[in-house]
Ligand binder design. Sequence first.
Ligand SMILES: [Zn+2]
Length: 159
Amino acid sequence: MPSPPAVPPTVTTWRSASARAAAGEAELPSMLTMVRRGMLNRCPNCGEGKVFRGFLKVVPECEVCHAPLGQLRADDAPPYIVIFLTGHILFPPIFWIEKAYEPPMLLQMAVWLPLFAVVCTLLLRPAKGAVVGWMMKLGFADQDSPHSWPADTGTSRDG
Ligand SMILES: [Zn+2]
């Protein structure tokens, strides 16, 4: 297994919110920056490491700044966003072509269904990356331990 690349001097190693506050460090990048980096498969924190190791599998942590990207569970948000966007992109031309040319239903199915599949597939990864960046900016990665989420109140049900 190759050793991880050295942290460039311009990149801040990931620290949780409490550690950043204790060290007097700057805030995270802006929401827009973090979402944009995630969309482009770049770590929202440093902009250098990758978010995905497969098509949609999020890496456990950034290989450059060690931000705990694997803790950020996007769940159903990316498909929701993709369905919303794809519907708004494709339904206007579908309705317009139906009204203007009335093509046979079989032809429409042969064109629109594969197009929906392709557009959804192309949008899913950027949408998930954006959600990961959004969640990181909102503080979902700021827990000091993956076992402390949700907020550790010092009590637990099982004693
Ligand atoms: Zn990073």
